[in-house]
Ligand binder design. Structure first.
Ligand code: SF4
Length: 118
């Protein structure tokens, strides 16, 4: 997701969400991100991306995430924001929605107010 520095909106494809703020990018984990050295385009879809290309791109992004030392921090950031687009912490936006849905169900059944569920 990142190239030589923490992600900036201008470094990403037009699909980058406008919600991404400088506060979002200030986390200490950003300096450790494996995607600082990788192709920024891997992590966000260009407009009208064919399904096969999206799946291939997402797999490539996930491969970068798999060797990232801050995967868990990144994933939690993306879940808590929540980040609606792109691959974050090895999860696509759809996968993050599933995780969030499971968390909400788990919290509802446990009565917990916690937002963090592994
Ligand atoms: S987990 Fe993936 S998206 Fe997150 S910082 Fe690491 S390489 Fe980038």
């Amino acid at each position: 997701m990142l190239q030589s520095s923490p992600p900036q909106e201008s470094q990403w494809s037009p699909a980058v969400p406008a919600q991404r703020s400088s506060r979002d990018l200030a986390g200490p984990w950003h300096s450790e991100a494996a995607c600082r050295r990788d192709e920024a385009g891997l992590f966000f879809a260009p407009s009208q991306e064919p399904t096969a290309a999206r799946l291939s791109r997402e797999q490539a992004a996930k491969a970068v995430c798999a060797r990232c030392p801050v995967l868990l921090e990144c994933r939690e950031h993306a879940l808590l924001q929540p980040e609606p687009y792109g691959v974050w912490g090895g999860l696509t936006a759809a996968e993050r929605r599933v995780v969030l849905s499971r968390r909400r169900r788990r919290e509802a059944t446990s009565g917990s107010g916690s937002t963090r569920v592994a």
